[in-house]
Design a protein around this ligand. Structure first.
Ligand code: 3H9
Length: 692
């Protein structure tokens, strides 16, 4: 069996190298290996100091998240940290890669710390709905003060070791062979007769708990995500670090950690973490080979085309932006240079990088200019027949092996593939706005899309730092969104108000309610997409009434809300309630009331039911892929795990029964997909379908 921790002795220094790829997570084997190595070093009179270092690409990136929810196997990480800290010989942690979570807690427990200049460290537990549970909440403030420690713990963001304020954690930041430097550092300690220096013995960086409470706690109570449990517990643990002796602080942290771990929020956030990584495991990657990408072609003169061109330029590719008229080409060029200028202003790139990007960029008023592109993204939205014509033209122009991508959405990828002589090279891509920020992209495969094409698009997205999600023939996100909105419309039609629906869904954790979102998108664009995406025999059309009354969304000054003044104040509008009331009256609808809980349940059930249909139709491969899309593309609360995870939590049998009840109102839309029945009868949940 391969040892998880290698023990070697180099001139009176024991070197413990953690070898547990890919990220050296602190699994049971690693924890045992550290403790065994430490005991061996402490029991050997020839060993005078210990170095702890990560093998491969990184120092441990945290506790092994896969072990959470299972019985703890000793030694538990807090104990490992305590053993390191209490060691009678000096322990040096040597950090490279990303020392995160429990990994950084091990670093904090070591007596001395050195780091490679490119290393980063952090306490990202909050992103998993937990808190640093191996002494991090007690040791980090002792070294860096409460503010810096809280910044790390509440944002979860990794910090470069060279960042301002980071040097309090490290005795040295080195450029070169880290192991050699660490051993030399340890030998220096030996020759200078320096012994252990324990973090527990340091005073916390603030003296007055009241000043701390006012200045720090309140500030973070403001910014901590209001509906999440862990941030508040982190604040309490740091308060404990200020007020209690170290061991009592540790005990307080231990029980708070356990509380957090047992919440459904933490289970959902851990689900979201693995869902994102699982989504990228496409079957096509087993044999598919990514083709080399040097030049990217972009078709279109609109906002999407310009944004795609800019992110590709920022990644270092050559970009040819092609349109079909000289005017459009000029417009595209000016939009792209404006966006690059904006990126410089916002410090996303330097002026030199922007100049270099422009030097890699050409525009053309003829698609022929795309003949050298390795991948061509058509970012235009046009009727299917016109799209097909474009792909037929591209087939004649593009070089052999070029990947042809419909990034303008709404077209069936198979129809486009049939319009070319190389259907294997054709694929669709759904990129979500805002392009620079959104982390997810759907790769929509046709029946003939080749494995190499898929591998090429995945490598393209990875370079853009996006999670690829696999969809077949159709996109996932727009279908779920349409179901959500239709459920909301049925509620409003039956008697709820758009304001109550928005409030209920914000209470569920959505950034915006569905009607606020509709206002910001503008009615015309959203409604054309929604109409084509959802199956139902009856679509409420009160939005049409609003449009007829001159309301078209936020940009027109009024939609469901009124947007008045500068900056616009957003207000509810009695005229909207009246328009909807009149609509109900004309349609003979007797209004009834909905509680916020009932609204949330219907909206969630509609999304999960549409998700079930997507799974059965083979559009989505796994429930967790749907969750990843909804979290990243539509602001579904991450701590609810996505609609499929949230449906599991709500109970599938109950949801099936409720869907059947709703189906009496609108059978085509609400009838539960048979997957509900199948799962409920077999005592299973959607999560059981999340195969690798
Ligand atoms: C913690 O430490 C609690 C303690 O305070 C208290 C305990 C008592 N565990 O992301 P990647 C897997 S909580 C298990 O694709 P990258 C990941 O699933 C933890 N597995 O690579 C993937 O597996 P697969 C606090 C883990 O280079 C593979 O490693 N730490 C863990 O893009 C590669 O991952 C964190 O929250 C883990 N901790 O990014 C850090 N981490 O190949 C979580 C990764 O089967 N990790 N895996 O799909 C990360 O942020 C990123 O993985 C990292 C590398 C930045 C390290």
């Amino acid at each position: 069996m391969v040892q998880a921790v290698l023990f070697e002795i180099e001139d009176n220094v024991a070197v413990l190298t953690i070898k547990s790829p890919p990220v050296n997570a602190l699994s049971h084997a690693v924890r045992s290996g550290i403790v065994d190595g430490l005991d061996r070093a402490l029991g050997d009179d020839d060993v005078k100091a210990v170095v702890l270092i990560g093998g491969g690409r990184t120092f441990p990136a945290g506790a092994d998240i896969r072990e959470f929810g299972h019985p703890v196997q000793d030694p538990w990480l807090p104990e490992v940290c305590n053993r390191l800290e209490m060691a009678s010989k000096p322990v040096v942690a040597a950090v490279h890669g990303t020392a995160l979570g429990g990994g950084f807690e091990v670093v904090l427990a070591a007596h001395y710390r050195i780091a490679d200049k490119d290393a980063r460290f952090g306490l990202p537990e909050v992103t998993l709905g937990i808190l640093p549970g191996a002494g991090g909440t007690q040791r980090a403030p002792r070294l860096a003060g409460a503010k810096f420690a809280l910044d790390m713990m509440l944002t979860g963001r990794p910090v470069p070791v060279t960042a301002p304020g980071a040097k309090v954690f490290f005795d040295a930041v080195v450029d070169g062979d880290l192991r050699k430097e660490a051993v030399a550092f340890a030998q220096n300690l030996i020759s200078e007769g320096k012994g252990p220096r324990r973090t527990r013995d340091q005073r916390i960086g603030f003296e007055d708990p009241h000043a701390y409470q006012n200045e720090v706690t309140n500030r973070y109570r403001m910014v901590a995500r209001q509906q999440e449990y862990a941030p508040e517990q982190i604040i309490r643990c740091v308060e404990a670090a200020a007020l209690l002796p170290f061991d009592q602080g540790l005990a307080f942290e231990r029980s708070s950690f356990q509380d957090c771990l047992e919440t459904s929020q933490s289970a959902a956030l851990r689900h979201a973490f693995f869902a994102e990584r699982r989504a990228g495991k496409f079957p096509e990657l087993k044999t598919g080979q990514a083709r080399e990408l040097n030049t990217i072609g972009v078709i279109g003169a609109g906002g999407l085309a310009a944004s795609v061109a800019v992110i590709c330029l920022q990644e270092g590719w050559h970009v040819v932006a092609a349109t079909t008229t000289v005017r459009a080409a000029e417009h595209a060029a000016s939009e792209i240079s404006k966006l690059l200028g904006g990126a410089v202003m916002r410090k996303h790139m330097t002026q030199t990088e922007a100049d270099e990007a422009l030097a890699r960029f050409t525009t053309a008023s003829d698609l022929v200019a795309l003949s050298e592109a390795d991948m061509i993204l058509d970012c235009t939205i046009r009727p299917p027949s016109a799209k097909r014509d474009v792909f037929t033209q591209l087939d004649a122009i593009a070089k052999e092996g070029a990947v042809l991508v419909d990034a303008g959405a709404h077209s069936k990828v198979n129809l486009l593939a049939q319009a070319t002589g190389a259907p294997g090279d054709v694929v669709a891509l759904h990129l979500y706005a805002p392009l620079r920020v959104s982390k997810v992209a759907e790769i929509v495969l046709g029946g003939n899309t080749s494995e190499d094409t898929v591998a090429t698009v995945i490598s393209f997205l990875r370079k853009l730092d996006k999670f690829p999600v696999r969809a077949k023939n159709e996109q996932i996100g727009p279908r779920i969104l349409a179901a959500y909105r239709l459920a909301a419309d049925y509620i409003v039609e039956a008697g709820g108000t758009p304001y109550l629906v928005d409030q209920a869904m914000r209470g569920f954790g959505m950034n915006l309610g569905p009607y606020q979102a509709l206002d910001y998108e503008g009615f015309e664009a959203s409604l054309s997409a929604q109409g084509s995406a959802c199956r139902a025999s009856h679509q409420p059309d009160f939005v049409g009434r609003l449009q007829a009354a001159g309301r078209n969304g936020a940009r027109s000054g009024k939609g469901f809300y009124l947007y008045e003044g500068k900056p616009a104040s957003v207000q509810q509008d009695p005229e909207v309630i009246e328009l909807i009331r009149a609509y109900r009256e004309e349609n003979g609808i007797d209004p009834r009331g909905f509680s916020e809980d009932a609204i949330r349940y219907r909206c969630l059930a509609a999304m999960a039911n549409e998700g079930a249909r997507l799974l059965r139709e083979g559009v989505a491969r796994r429930p967790s892929d749907i969750d990843t899309v909804m979290i990243h593309a539509f602001g579904f609360p991450r701590w609810q795990g996505g609609p499929m995870k949230a449906a599991d939590n709500a109970g599938l049998l109950h949801m099936k029964v409720e869907l059947e009840r709703f189906a009496r109102e609108e059978p085509k839309f609400w009838t539960p997909d048979r997957i509900f029945d199948h799962l409920a009868k077999n005592g299973k949940v959607f999560d059981d379908l999340n195969t690798q």
